[in-house]
Design a protein around this ligand. Sequence first.
Ligand SMILES: Cc1cc2nc3c(=O)[nH]c(=O)nc-3n(C[C@H](O)[C@H](O)[C@H](O)COP(=O)(O)OP(=O)(O)OC[C@H]3O[C@@H](n4cnc5c(N)ncnc54)[C@H](O)[C@@H]3O)c2cc1C
Length: 496
Amino acid sequence: MGSVAVIGGGFGGLTAAAELARSGHAVTLFEGSSTLGGKAQVLHSAVTLDTGPTLLTLPEVVRSTFERIGASDLLPAFHRLPLQARYTWAHQPGRTFECFEDLAPTLASAQAFGEARALEHFYAEAEGIYRSAGEPYLEAPLEGLPSFLLRALRRGPASFLSGMQLGTLDALAYRHFRSPELRQFVNRFATYVGASPYQASAAFAMIAHLERAEGVHHVQGGMGALVRALHQALERLGVDLRFGQRARWESRRRELVAGPKGGEEVFDAVVVNADSLADEPLGTRELAMSGYVALLEVDRRLPLAHHHVVFGGDYPREFGELFSGEVPSDPSVYFCHPAATDETMAPAGKSGVLAMVNAPALRSEADALRWPEHAARLRERCLKTLLSLHPALRRAEVKVLGERTPVDLAARGAPGGSIYGFLPHGRLAAFERPPMRSKTPGVFFAGGSTHPGGGVPMVMLSGRFAAQLAQEHLLPLPSRGEGRGEGRTPVEEALR
Ligand SMILES: Cc1cc2nc3c(=O)[nH]c(=O)nc-3n(C[C@H](O)[C@H](O)[C@H](O)COP(=O)(O)OP(=O)(O)OC[C@H]3O[C@@H](n4cnc5c(N)ncnc54)[C@H](O)[C@@H]3O)c2cc1C
């Protein structure tokens, strides 16, 4: 058994720390701030609001992680949402598309646009993409394109080719749908990875399949409850938690050292959950999008869906602006209203609402200075959009509890405030992510920028993979693979 430093307490670091401690290693976790969770923070007022992630896909990855670390008893309940999301259009009152867990009402909703059959065909193709490209990608730590190609080929040449011949997400949407509304529904999945649908691979259609097949979930008490459960699990596993310690690591005289400057200690392995792009100067490379968030308390219980997206008028222009570094002039607004599902999120007669608008990552220090002005404009846009959805609601009934801008995200270590760090634009972007394995032996990366990518279940898988690599570094060969899933993919294993 060895000693391991984990640098950063986001979902990736928490998972890696728990997995390694459960395997018997002595784990020290350094978190630069005073709370765990990273981007997954919570605001408690009369209402409870997650300020970061809200929507959980692939719940079995989370469930199986808690099983693996012996903490199933701590796992909060998950609610599967029958209405997964409602979509409306700011400039077309009355137009609505609703996506349900059940396919039949979703197709009925698409039929209002004459697109029921097209949607069915789209979902079939999205599933094919997931089976041929998604599963092999999520199967194991990514150690280069050739190993992925071998895994993909094992699924058969036809499947391999269907996974490989991919254009952009928008091209796929265009091929399936005539209505701009349904194309917009598909294109929005690129924002789950902070990308533009006009430049990201059609492979991201697999997210639509996963939401349909595995459901859209809410964690009872919010994502903050999941962070608290992991915190408890780490304490129970004896992880040494060091708060308020921004750590660094290096190889010094053939030893690995990690810890706050001047207070480094020697470890056998290090897992870095700080974004692997955080050390690059701003402007070095184009980053995935950031976001603006307004946290609202409403003095009445709104009939708002749990997830509601109000699209702006011109999606190509919106992404054109975003990837030119501008705050969109006519942005789409996403609302999350957790009390629609979970009574513990707001008292009777109140609603807590998170409103979010996509925003460009910061490209320079000067960009940061303009955010007070951008925030004022986006705040008004969010409030106006919410009021337009509820004509009886008065402005005086809505209190702005707080806001989060790219500058806030950057202050917590996200490069340029980018939510997902690495920008997956281009057909082969998935293979160009910063590697999980550092050039320094014994140092591994976990988190949104590295494999397999951003989003809560993905970074939990990344924490699992980093722990696996660290474990292989620490233990002699015969001990490897103990307790693992006999060649099953983590997702397959999770879904068993
Ligand atoms: C507004 C918003 C909405 C989102 N919505 C969703 C959603 O609905 N569903 C979803 O699945 N995902 C969503 N996400 C994305 C999701 O939150 C992230 O992909 C995920 O939480 C990132 O986890 P991570 O492991 O990469 O670490 P991070 O959350 O980035 O945490 C890294 C941690 O490391 C610490 N750290 C950094 N450097 C150091 C250092 N040198 N020393 C010590 N500590 C350090 C930081 O303080 C931080 O706590 C959203 C994110 C945001 C911001």
